[in-house]
Ligand binder design. Structure first.
Ligand code: C2O
Ligand code: CU
Ligand code: CU
Length: 499
């Protein structure tokens, strides 16, 4: 069904005048609406990102060496696509460290332009955060270090250069950062990486006629592809050799929101979200992930069966055709899991996972409110030299975040893992009861989050909060906060080169 002129007018009003090519064939809804579930050929073995090599230095710190560089990859048979990658042609290795360890990362930039590398979901000093205030120029090496001080979970890393994040991520700069701890290690969960514990990094791409990534076509929420890659593999399948498999799902797409489930409707156990394990596993048949959100799930298999992970139409809670324009009606095959004839036994998922007490908000000393509209937060576009919020170290705060716009948006806060106190005044659903660093914002629905800003203060170097639809972030839907010592005044942010 073509978009009518009336729809476009309504969209222009609702979307705040987002520009839209009319009469350009590529903007026909058919062309931008992949509904390809059921058609994948699953003819390529799923790539598993290698675990990054590390060494321990004289100070006992675990050291990783990363190099960002350009390359090529044959995603589509017979076509070499120009890509970016870290220690490889596309994506980067899986970093792994244990709670209590000190890490140091040497990031060397061999790209032809300035980038940065942000440790998404990591609790760390602002100067190590890798946001827009820690640019790494071509030929330079940046070496942040910090102590890992948070529970076992699946974090990730990606560039964050001011105004260029969407392109840098789309070209291939991203990877997982897995944190281990004693709580998780003591549980009977699948944890053999690449065997019964599989990374699943989901990204959508659009290939142009020459087999190159098409970066040109943008809808109101950004770049939407018609082709999925999982860990950089097109049409992937994966052999399963155990009765249960843990999938570490990461939406590393720039704009697309996935609503994941299995083609046969089977249920799976959600065991963890962005920042750690849930208190108890939650059995469900769907998990929706907006860009940057993660979920750890455990799936059970019978010998010999083939099971397809799919992305179903998503629940964006937008009005009119906005969902369609944001890719909400699209469907995809993600990955086929092929169980072997005999499967090694797996233990049951424990009934209790981690200690995640329900927050009640009583300890919060400050409430702030954030309104997202157009491509702004609280009526302002991001400015590198403006501090928007000043937070006191070791304080607990409630942030009420509202999407006052007809478009889908999300909210991500650096440095912390938060808990969702309420959505539209009601209790959060089970999948939002654990640690989160990114949350989808249905329009006109206040989302209250609560978090503690522990350990680190730096009046001069801000952390970011922003919509994680990267087009929006790049366009200025982002703000900056500093954490200061009690009584300390905020400083003046500038560019800080550490190494
Ligand atoms: Cu995933 Cu500010 O980033
Ligand atoms: Cu982040
Ligand atoms: Cu947004």
């Amino acid at each position: 069904m073509p978009i009518s002129r009336r729809d476009l007018l309504r969209l222009a009003v609702a979307g705040g005048g987002v520009a839209f090519a009319v009469g350009d064939g590529t903007c026909e809804p058919g062309a931008r609406q992949p509904r390809t579930a059921g058609t994948a050929t699953f003819d390529r073995a799923l790539a598993i990102p290698p675990v990054a090599k590390s060494s321990v230095d004289a100070d006992g710190r675990r050291v990783f060496d990363l190099t960002a560089h350009a390359g090529t990859r044959e995603f589509v048979p017979g076509q070499r696509t120009s890509t970016w990658g870290i220690n490889g042609d596309y994506l980067g290795p899986t970093l792994r460290a244990r709670r209590g360890e000190w890490v140091r990362i040497n990031l060397h930039n061999e790209l032809g332009e300035t980038t940065s590398l942000h440790w998404h979901g990591m609790h760390l000093p602002a100067a190590a955060d890798g946001g827009p205030h820690q640019p790494v120029d071509p030929g330079q090496t940046w070496s942040p270090g910090w102590e890992v001080k948070q529970p076992a979970t699946t974090l990730w890393y990606h560039p964050h250069p001011h105004g260029r994040t969407e392109k840098h991520v789309y070209r291939g700069l991203a990877g997982l950062f897995v944190i281990d701890d004693d709580v998780e290690s003591a549980l009977t969960l699948p944890r053999r990486y690449g065997v019964d514990d599989l990374p699943v990094i989901i990204q959508d791409k659009r290939f142009d006629g020459a087999g190159q990534f098409d970066e040109a076509e943008h809808g109101p929420t950004g770049l939407l592809g018609d082709t999925l890659l999982v860990n950089g593999t097109l049409n992937p399948y994966r052999q399963v050799v155990t009765e249960k498999v843990r999938l570490r799902l990461l939406n590393a797409s720039t704009a697309r929101i996935y609503n994941l489930g299995f083609a046969d409707g089977r249920r799976f156990q959600l065991i963890g979200t962005d920042g750690g394990l849930l208190a108890t596993p939650f059995a469900t048949d769907r998990i929706q992930l907006s860009p940057a959100e993660r979920a750890e799930v455990v799936v059970s298999f019978r010998p010999g069966e083939r099971v397809v992970l799919r992305s179903y139409p998503s629940e964006l809670h937008t009005v009119g055709i906005m969902s369609r324009l944001a890719g909400g009606d699209d469907t995809f095959d993600v990955l086929e899991l092929r169980a072997a004839r005999t499967l090694a036994p797996s233990a049951d998922v424990p009934a209790r996972l981690a200690d995640v007490p329900r927050p009640d908000g009583a300890d919060a000393t400050t409430i702030r409110s954030f309104r997202l509209s157009e491509r702004q937060i609280n009526g302002k576009k991001m400015k590198l030299d403006r501090i928007d919020e000043v937070v006191r170290r070791d304080s607990t705060e409630i942030w009420e975040v509202t999407n006052q716009h007809a478009q889908p948006h999300s909210f991500h806060v650096h440095d912390v893992q938060f808990r969702v106190l309420s959505i539209g005044g009601g209790a959060p659903p089970p999948e939002l009861t654990g640690w989160k660093d990114t949350v989808y914002l249905p329009p006109e629905t206040p989302v209250r989050i609560i978090m503690r800003f522990a350990d680190y203060a730096d009046p001069n170097v801000p952390y970011m909060y922003h919509c994680h639809l990267l087009l929006h972030e790049d366009a200025g839907m982002m703000g900056q906060f500093v954490v200061v010592e009690p009584g300390q005044e905020p400083g003046k942010p500038g560019h800080h080169h550490d190494g």
